[in-house]
Design a protein around this ligand. Structure first.
Ligand code: FAD
Ligand code: SF4
Ligand code: SF4
Length: 580
């Protein structure tokens, strides 16, 4: 039979929307798109496991309330961390490999400051299995443990030796870095979880450790509050102060006269804080440290700020003798040092340069050479090498007692202490419910560096279904063709002359425009941020997105599995997989 086309008539193509919907073209595909949801390296490296891409997404959309609530799931201290965290997250930010890292910690601060007037009540959880837990010490470790235990429904009693809560955040870090008003707001919110607070009670004196046996579990977080001594002649003379004591007095509001010139000995956070505080009290300051700048344990930003404010540094000097002169000045004789080999902690070893000394004179000397743990009230069976001894679940050799923060062997930072508080709360909850830790901890980890997700724990604990931990995304997995280069945004700072005349906060935070730009620089590595690439490029039109409610749907009955969406996703948020 011959088929003839009639060129004179119009070509009619039969199209019926209804019938094409009926044809389930999705059955033709060999692969289907699946949401990938990977862990961003910034989040993996944050010891508190802050959900960084998620909170930055909300902040970028101007949804600050949702941003702060996202942070609170994992960290009760965004206002503190946004100011004084050493922000390892920024070092591992993948944007840093493209141009410059995202200003994560300044954004964390912005999110807290922006919502500070509107902190809604925490919904008190109901927990029929609620138990009584004692927490000793109210630094970041103790307060975080109390917060997360409270969120898990337990009744917490918090014992604190001082008259106010906060530990080093209250009595150590000066106002120019961390205003007390910010700390107060964060503590006030934590205490809404009906935590029973006993201030002015030093466990070991006011109440014995044995008496805490009446609790179902105990978390010890007494910090490391003992100032180390120099072990040299003259170190107890008048006009020689301990760094911790001096900061304590300044933070108590005491007026302090320090003299025209001050020498600070040490290279850690205490040394940097007393040096900058002494500048504000009108003194010229020289910091003497036994190694070089590269080995200083203080947070890098603090060293830079101290330098910029005019602190003078002398390296490779070890104090040998202190004497008080007739003119009431302090004279310090230093031994010059050199670096050779490594010590037990794998740091370059400082050894004396024979016969080489230096003498400095000043009106006062501040010793800031490290802090130890007061173990006088802790049984020997719970301690090892001058610290409280714990296993990876922060449990001591006594099953009822857990410990964390500066008093155990872990990096001495605020965010590590917060992470320890969370880890201990989960370990204590598992102990109280007689569940094994290993399996649960491996499922709620955020990447592979020790951070845990309370959100994952709560959802597994309450629903019984533990999700699998997500893989960490790497730079080559990003599709950077879709990103434009841009400069990192830095916070404004108080003018140097003004800063040195008071203890006012030095970092000024972001304006709303700086915050918007900063948040929008985040690549949202491994997480959908509703950029609509998959929606626009899908040749079948089967992707639908609802950014407001954070929903992305693919109509799998009509998706032919071409993989275009996965290829055009800039952040590796879609994987093509064979349907199971
Ligand atoms: C001057 C200084 C500046 C610092 N700056 C920074 C910084 O900028 N960023 C950063 O990340 N880290 C910083 N650090 C380190 C950080 O502050 C600590 O790692 C962190 O505070 C440790 O938390 P913690 O809860 O273990 O202990 P702490 O903060 O020391 O709190 C322990 C609490 O326990 C109480 N306590 C002790 N014994 C008892 C007892 N027997 N009974 C009842 N209560 C008791 C103490 O009074 C105290 O309140 C700084 C440290 C110092 C000293
Ligand atoms: S707590 Fe510290 S490490 Fe974590 S996101 Fe904030 S600044 Fe980064
Ligand atoms: S770009 Fe954003 S999500 Fe990616 S590592 Fe940096 S802050 Fe994290």
């Amino acid at each position: 039979m011959e088929i003839k086309f009639d060129s004179s008539s119009e070509l009619v193509i039969p199209i019926s929307y209804g019938s094409s919907e009926v044809i389930e073209t999705g059955k033709w595909g060999f692969e289907k798109p699946e949401a990938a949801f990977m862990t961003a390296p910034c989040q993996e490296v944050c010891p508190a496991g802050n959900p960084i891409p998620q909170f930055l997404y909300f902040a970028g959309e101007g949804r600050y309330q949702e941003a702060v609530e996202t942070l609170w799931k994992e960290n009760p201290f965004p206002g503190v961390c946004g100011r004084v965290c050493f922000h390892p997250c920024e070092k591992d930010c993948l944007r840093g490999q493209y141009d410059e890292s995202v200003s994560i910690h300044a954004m964390e601060r912005r999110v807290f400051d922006e919502t500070t007037k509107d902190h809604p009540d925490i919904l008190l959880p109901s927990n029929a299995d609620s138990k009584r837990v004692a927490v000793v010490g109210s630094g970041p470790a103790g307060l975080s443990a109390a917060y997360f235990l409270g969120l898990l429904g337990h009744r917490v009693t918090l014992f604190e030796a001082r008259k106010e809560l906060g530990g080093v955040m209250r009595w150590g870090i000066p106002e120019y870095r961390l205003p007390k008003s910010i700390l107060k707001k964060e503590i006030k919110r934590i205490l809404r979880l009906s935590i029973d607070v006993k201030t002015g009670v030093r466990v070991g004196e006011g109440i014995s450790l044995e008496e805490l046996d009446r609790f179902d579990a105990v978390f010890l977080s007494p910090g490391a509050g003992l100032s180390s001594s120099l072990g040299i002649e003259g170190e107890d003379l008048k006009k020689v102060w301990r760094g911790g004591d001096l900061l304590d007095r300044i933070n108590s509001g005491e007026k302090f006269r320090i003299g025209k010139e001050t020498i600070v000995i040490g290279g850690g956070n205490t040394a940097m804080d007393v040096a900058r505080a002494a500048l504000r009290l009108g003194s010229k300051v020289t910091v003497a440290y036994r190694r070089t700048r590269a080995e200083m344990p203080a947070i890098q930003d603090e060293i830079r700020d101290a330098e910029e404010e005019g602190v003078r540094f002398e390296f490779l000097l070890q104090p040998a003798k202190v004497s008080l002169l007739k003119n009431k000045k302090i004279r310090v004789k230093f031994q010059r040092m050199k670096l050779r080999g490594k010590d037990q902690s794998n740091r370059p070893k400082a050894i004396p340069l024979k016969g080489e000394t230096l003498t400095l004179e000043a009106d006062g000397l501040i010793k800031a050479v490290g802090e130890g743990v007061d173990l006088s009230w802790i049984p020997e069976t719970l301690s090892k090498k001058s610290l409280i001894d714990v296993n990876p679940f922060l449990a001591t050799s006594d099953p009822k007692f857990f410990a964390g923060g500066d008093a155990v062997d872990q990096p001495r930072t605020i965010v590590t202490a917060i992470g320890a508080g969370k880890r201990a709360a989960i370990a204590i909850d598992l102990y109280l419910r007689e569940c094994a830790e290993d399996d649960v901890f491996s499922r709620i980890r955020v990447g592979n560096r020790g951070a845990l997700s309370m959100e994952a724990y709560l959802s597994g604990r309450n629903g019984g279904n533990w999700s699998e931990p997500k893989e960490v995304i790497s730079y080559p997995q990003l599709n950077t063709l879709y990103f434009e280069r841009s400069k990192r945004v830095e916070m404004g700072r108080l003018d140097r002359n003004k800063a040195l005349k008071s203890f006012s906060e030095v970092n000024l935070g972001f304006t709303s425009e700086e915050a918007r730009i900063s948040a929008s620089r985040c690549f949202s590595c491994g997480t959908c941020n509703y950029c609509y690439n998959c929606y626009f490029f899908c040749p079948e039109g089967v992707v639908s997105l609802d950014a407001q409610h954070r929903i992305r749907r693919v109509d799998l009955e009509h998706c032919k599995g071409c993989g275009t969406c996965a290829k055009v996703c800039p952040r590796n948020g879609i994987l093509m997989k064979e349907p199971s």
